[in-house]
Design a protein around this ligand. Sequence first.
Ligand SMILES: CC(C)(COP(=O)(O)OP(=O)(O)OC[C@H]1O[C@@H](n2cnc3c(N)ncnc32)[C@H](O)[C@@H]1OP(=O)(O)O)[C@@H](O)C(=O)NCCC(=O)NCCS
Length: 176
Amino acid sequence: MKYSKTFKELDKSQHDRGSFDCGEKELNEFIQTQAAKHMQAGISRTMVLPALLPLPTQKYPICSFYSIAPGSICRDTLPEWMAKKLPRYPIPVFLLAQLAVHKGFHGSGLGKVTLIKALEYLWEINAHMRAYAVVVDCLTTQAQSFYTKYGFDVLCEINGRVRMFIPMKTVGQLFI
Ligand SMILES: CC(C)(COP(=O)(O)OP(=O)(O)OC[C@H]1O[C@@H](n2cnc3c(N)ncnc32)[C@H](O)[C@@H]1OP(=O)(O)O)[C@@H](O)C(=O)NCCC(=O)NCCS
């Protein structure tokens, strides 16, 4: 299976959600049953990388996806040297709520591509509506190692998950 060049907004009528399998039940269920509903409700946006060729149903398999949403963090969860420059009310962030690659592509560089595309998209949004950082809640220790590789630092633990972040200023260095 080959993937297309551009990410598209998830569209139930075009993208085959049922065949997506990244090996993590929670993320599979998210793309299969929740992502479209969350978009309809206006609480997050999911972008998918479709396969180049459709299935006999004319729908395109999903090779990878990411979901983003606005969020906020408490400044006290940041390292002191960062916190002291910020106000005491909630700090706006972008939440990289979900990111996953179909298991047929694991280890092929698509995770890196998907993360960079997500960060690039958030950087574009940041030109219109500022946020302090991108935050991700890691489902597994493997996910934590993946994000550490790309410059994310541990922020805190939340609902049993390690929350990581990367400042928007650092993200900007990738794209300017
Ligand atoms: C985590 C995930 C997105 C990585 O995707 P991938 O396509 O396999 O990753 P890539 O091939 O782009 O690898 C990019 C780099 O990350 C490293 N990496 C990939 N998976 C890793 C892991 N589990 N642990 C540590 N490092 C990892 C690779 O070694 C590679 O480094 P290199 O360029 O120096 O060789 C993918 O395995 C996945 O979808 N997993 C299930 C869902 C998940 O856990 N998502 C995170 C949600 S919080």
